[in-house]
Design a protein around this ligand. Sequence first.
Ligand SMILES: *[C@@H]1O[C@H](CO)[C@@H](O)[C@H](O)[C@H]1NC(C)=O
Ligand SMILES: *[C@@H]1O[C@H](CO)[C@@H](O)[C@H](O)[C@H]1NC(C)=O
Ligand SMILES: *[C@@H]1O[C@H](CO)[C@@H](O)[C@H](O)[C@H]1NC(C)=O
Ligand SMILES: *[C@@H]1O[C@H](CO)[C@@H](O)[C@H](O)[C@H]1NC(C)=O
Ligand SMILES: *[C@@H]1O[C@H](CO)[C@@H](O)[C@H](O)[C@H]1NC(C)=O
Ligand SMILES: *[C@@H]1O[C@H](CO)[C@@H](O)[C@H](O)[C@H]1NC(C)=O
Length: 641
Amino acid sequence: MAPCCSLALLLLCSQALAHSKGMLYPRESASRELKELNGIWSFRADFSQQRNEGFVQQWFRQPLRQNGPVIDMPVPASFNELTQDPALRNYVGWVWYEKEVLLPRSWLLNALRTRVVLRVGSAHYYSIVWVNGVNVTEHEGGHLPFEADISKIVQASSGALCRITIALNNTLTPHTLPPGSIQFMSDSSKYPKGYFVQKTKFDFFNYAGIHRPVVLYTTPTVYIDDINVTTTLKENVGVVRYQVSVVGDINYSLLLTLREKEGDVVTTGHGPSGELKVVKPKLWWPYLMHENPGYLYYLEVKLLAEVGGEPLEDVYTLPVGIRTVYVTSSQFLINGKPFYFHGVNKHEDADIRGKGLDWPLIVKDFNLLRWLGANSFRTSHYPYAEEIMDLCDAYGIVVIDECPAVGMKYEANFGNKSLAHHLVVMEELIRRDKNRPSVVMWSVANEPASELPPAAQYFKTVITHTKAIDPTRPVTFVSNANYAKDRGAPYVDVICVNSYFSWYHDQGHLEVIQLQLKTQFEKWYDHHKKPIIQSEYGADSIPGLHYDPPLMFSEEYHTAVLKEYHSILDKKRKEYVIGELIWNFADFMTDQATTRVLGNKKGIFTRQRQPKAAAFILRDRYWKLANESSCVHSTLKYNNF
Ligand SMILES: *[C@@H]1O[C@H](CO)[C@@H](O)[C@H](O)[C@H]1NC(C)=O
Ligand SMILES: *[C@@H]1O[C@H](CO)[C@@H](O)[C@H](O)[C@H]1NC(C)=O
Ligand SMILES: *[C@@H]1O[C@H](CO)[C@@H](O)[C@H](O)[C@H]1NC(C)=O
Ligand SMILES: *[C@@H]1O[C@H](CO)[C@@H](O)[C@H](O)[C@H]1NC(C)=O
Ligand SMILES: *[C@@H]1O[C@H](CO)[C@@H](O)[C@H](O)[C@H]1NC(C)=O
Ligand SMILES: *[C@@H]1O[C@H](CO)[C@@H](O)[C@H](O)[C@H]1NC(C)=O
């Protein structure tokens, strides 16, 4: 990137920057190859006082093992829980990852026609990447993908061995998302010299590491950089509007073929933008709303160009669901039918993996969701892996796609620096997820201090920006502020409210839940006249702990809280309440605190994915709700999982 930024090359420079607009999920095709770099990497945490020895000694210049000890570290995974060293579990600062990989000769020989890209699914929080000692990219943010074109470096090197070094910093500041701060403890009677801790205001452990797959993939040098698909429905006709951007040449042609799952051609098109019409389309329906939920068409985009007098072809196939989303003052409509969110909040969290992507866990979680009769979840409190989002598309699990703005509790979190980064995060999130039918709404934050004066301008800006990039989806943020004092609510399409009656206050007093919840809904609705989702509610329970009459932390209390909430939800869902998302799907790790027993225990499943009593209460409820709202209720029986 750097060398092109002289005045003479300004034009070239802006073209080169236009390069990295797209972030298509890497998929193999006739023209694209893919090599996963998952597995064991070399690893070292920089324990030097300033955490900067790696930069001073330039650890990226030669193999990491040559400038000090290394340990084995799996990718994807969090690094925190994998050794017996408490200092690594609580580590704050720079850690170094390295992988050496042999590239196929075919990737290296034809530089004129082959492009090699390194892509990281996500790495928490700040990353710098070198290939063969050359700095190729930096990225801020722990939950979204980034990539670098490394063709020049690997194709110029003498051998096929390629060394990838990633320095990763998990330090959070008042301007990161999520925000945090480093507290230096200067009282030498209590703390050793230079002692510091990382403070955060969000309730989950700040797991760090390379959390999602790292891959190398190829494209031709003239390639499909991005595809944008939006769908509408006019009577019996589905309209798929597309825009394709191509990088590398201006002389090319594009052919588009929309296919059924089994390959039959539905319709074709050509050119970089246009509309494909599907008569009597099979719509994308949410799980339990239709006997064939999550129906996907496949849009094959074929690019034909010429390089060095020889024809060149690039092919990319995108799953496409045809569906519409529309919000009224009291309803959420999918394909014109009222949709009620009966689902969960999740986390990407499990035992020693921390937040590392794990296929068995993903499949188990989707099986539990479907067993439960959940039709939706919110990606609390950060974007989830693309591999998870793919299954939401395929199974019809509806998603409220949330960005990592959680724990914004101080004025310092609402300044221009935070805002500028927040806008970039929304751009990156929409760039990644814009084509997903499962994503029906963006959430720009969770429980910010939205009553603070700067929150008004802040949320107005973030929400306006989000709507400008994606005019097709509603936008929300999740509030736990007072209905009258919340300064962001005027800008949202749907009100999302979290409350924990008889848990964080009125502790033990189940009898006040109904009154307080009824008041909550009525006040919010009277004030804003917008549909409302109960976006969090719940209670902690220690699995196997019983007490009756119910006391806090027993399974009985957990289920009693849920039932009190449900009785009011059942009244208000006939009016303007459009959903309920339990907090939480499963127990998860947090910072240590007197209220947290090895983490947050509000899961209806344990961290090992075994059901608590609350899971059975919700299962009965969700299937009943599905039965009421579904088009296929007569056939709806508990499926076998
Ligand atoms: C990496 O390259 C970028 C862009 O050229 C530059 O801004 C940055 O300072 C470099 N970082 C390091 C650590 O060398
Ligand atoms: C990385 O970590 C150091 C040491 O903990 C911190 O002082 C610094 O601000 C961080 N830098 C970035 C770019 O996040
Ligand atoms: C563009 O491509 C077409 C077909 O390959 C070719 O006939 C034409 O000469 C090319 N035009 C330019 C300006 O390169
Ligand atoms: C933030 O930016 C806006 C618009 O550029 C400006 O009016 C405002 O003074 C800035 N606020 C701060 C705290 O710098
Ligand atoms: C996708 O295309 C639609 C128009 O068809 C446009 O409104 C929207 O802004 C585009 N989205 C992105 C992320 O470019
Ligand atoms: C849904 O309703 C049908 C017909 O009323 C009934 O047979 C079926 O058992 C119900 N399913 C559930 C899960 O309640």
